[in-house]
Design a protein around this ligand. Structure first.
Ligand SMILES: [Zn+2]
Length: 490
């Protein structure tokens, strides 16, 4: 496809290249022009290399690694769920148990969503005229008490599979208890495991419990993870909520117990516009609880102050930006460029589907990138490659898992997407990151791979029946509403 596009547009591209200093475009085109030579070499190299479990070859590879800005036509070799080799077609291995021809396709790392509440997949479109607190009132505080056995499981599985189908190979599930018993609540962990999506599970200690109960409940959870977890559990975290209960002791203890158990911390902070001053006043209590540092990320982090940003940068903190959700709830636009310049790690999240009603990293990237450009009235403020890297390697770095995921590099987990920019059609190719961010959608994803296994294709998970799950979800939501209505009228 790339070679074809070059041929068809040779004259136009010649003009474009002479006008543009876009090194990335030039590099990708020169790679494309050598593709036919690579194909010849591919044939002549037979028999030279070691056996591979899976070999994906012939695709245009955009690794997102720090040292690679230009895409190249090449291969990715996978052994034992990890990338064992990657390179141009001139070096392609020849033996593999499974070969996938990705000629004309694009290979990028899977997207990572740094902040989500997967159970919210059942509640899209709810409270469409509300900002954060009105929305919380219509969802959490209306239905939270009426969840039945199986609800958390079904809703979470639905959310995880929908994300997976949209190319999100790793999610950070900022789980919420909604007052449910431990048994019901842990269904959200089980569903994550059963989905096949890689995840970090953020444990929500029961904030109605006594402070002394935090440690035993976390220990019981860790024992549960040992029993029920699997290779897709990438990490464990604490969803710190004590500060929102105005319970400093509880908050302090959440942070202490997280650190004692090598769990990271994430908390909602500085999301709602109307409550921004109250939230800013909470900073001293966050510092008091030592909820700052390399192992802490703040979800949203919009209405910051200079002092908050200074301390966050000094302590190596991170934030997760959720453009779709922040737009939907009218929360605001964080000063992303300033944060990055200060050295704060910034990741992207699609947030729960009840406030970002389509769990789609393509929509999320466009919303984010366009918002920054609209605000700055300057296209140089952020590039397509910047936002692509932010939704992959940048989010992995913000969550502290960039040694395992986020880019296509040897030794990392083989979580990747094979993208077909011809179906649905996206026009000619001038600039690969621009086509991916401006023109592509999740429908262009031919294969979603987690640990080298194809888990979804063309918006459908492969190992689950989504129609059946969707029907069950609707039945469960109807029953949930009926239980709530009955309780209110009684
Ligand atoms: Zn959230």
């Amino acid at each position: 496809m790339i070679a074809g596009a070059v041929k068809q547009n040779e004259r136009y591209l010649g003009d474009l290249l002479s006008l543009s200093a876009n090194a990335l475009l030039r590099a990708s085109l020169s790679q494309a022009l050598t593709f036919s030579l690579s194909a010849v070499l591919w044939c002549s190299l037979a028999g030279q290399s070691a056996k591979a479990d899976t070999l994906i070859y012939g695709g245009t590879v955009l690794t997102m690694a720090d040292e690679q800005a230009a895409p190249f036509i090449g291969y990715v070799q996978i052994e034992d769920n990890k990338i064992s080799a990657i390179g141009p077609m001139t070096e392609v291995p020849t033996h593999a148990q499974r070969k996938i021809d990705a000629s004309g396709k694009v290979i990028i790392p899977g997207f990572i969503s740094g902040h989500n509440h997967l159970w919210q997949s059942a509640f899209r479109g709810i409270a469409s005229d509300q900002a954060l607190y009105g929305w919380l009132g219509a969802l959490h505080w209306t239905f939270g008490d009426y969840f039945a056995p199986g609800d958390f499981y079904t809703f979470t599985l639905h959310g995880a599979l929908d994300q997976l189908a949209h190319g999100i190979t790793t999610t950070y599930n900022h789980s919420q208890r909604l007052g449910a018993s431990e048994q019901l609540y842990l269904e959200s962990f089980d569903a994550g495991v059963d989905s096949g999506q890689r995840f970090i599970f953020s444990y929500n200690a029961n904030s109605d419990a006594d402070v002394s109960q935090i440690e035993p409940s976390v220990e019981a959870f860790l024992a549960y993870v040992k029993l029920k977890g699997g290779p897709t559990v990438l990490g464990l975290s604490i969803n710190a909520v004590g500060i929102y209960r105005d319970n400093q002791l509880f908050f302090d203890r959440e942070i202490q117990v997280a650190r004692a158990n090598d769990m990271t911390v994430q908390m909602h902070y500085l999301e709602d516009y109307a409550n921004r001053e109250l939230e800013q006043d909470r900073w001293s209590r966050i510092v008091q609880a030592k909820a700052v540092g390399k192992d802490v990320s703040y979800a949203h982090f919009i209405h910051t102050t200079d002092a908050i940003l200074k301390q966050t940068a000094e302590q190596g903190g991170a934030m997760i930006w959720n453009p779709l959700s922040n737009g939907r709830l009218a929360s605001g636009l964080p000063a992303i460029k300033d944060y990055l310049q200060r050295g704060i790690r910034v990741g992207l999240g699609v947030d729960g589907a009840a406030s970002a009603d389509i769990a789609d990293p393509f929509e999320n990237m466009r919303m984010g990138l366009y918002s920054l450009r609209m605000q700055a009235m300057d296209p140089d403020v952020f590039s397509p490659l910047d936002i692509l890297r932010m939704h992959t390697l940048g989010t992995a770095a913000a969550l502290g898992v960039d040694e395992q995921i986020g880019s296509l590099e040897v030794g990392k987990l083989a979580d990747l997407l094979i993208i077909d920019l011809d179906q649905p059609v996206t026009g000619a190719l001038f600039d690969l990151p621009a086509s991916l961010v401006f023109s592509a959608s999740a429908a262009n994803i031919e294969s979603v791979m987690v640990g080298g296994e194809i888990r979804a294709s063309r918006l459908s998970p492969l190992n689950h029946d989504m129609s059946q799950l969707q029907a069950e979800l609707k039945d469960r939501v109807r029953a949930l509403i009926a239980r709530q209505q009955k309780a209110v009228t009684e």
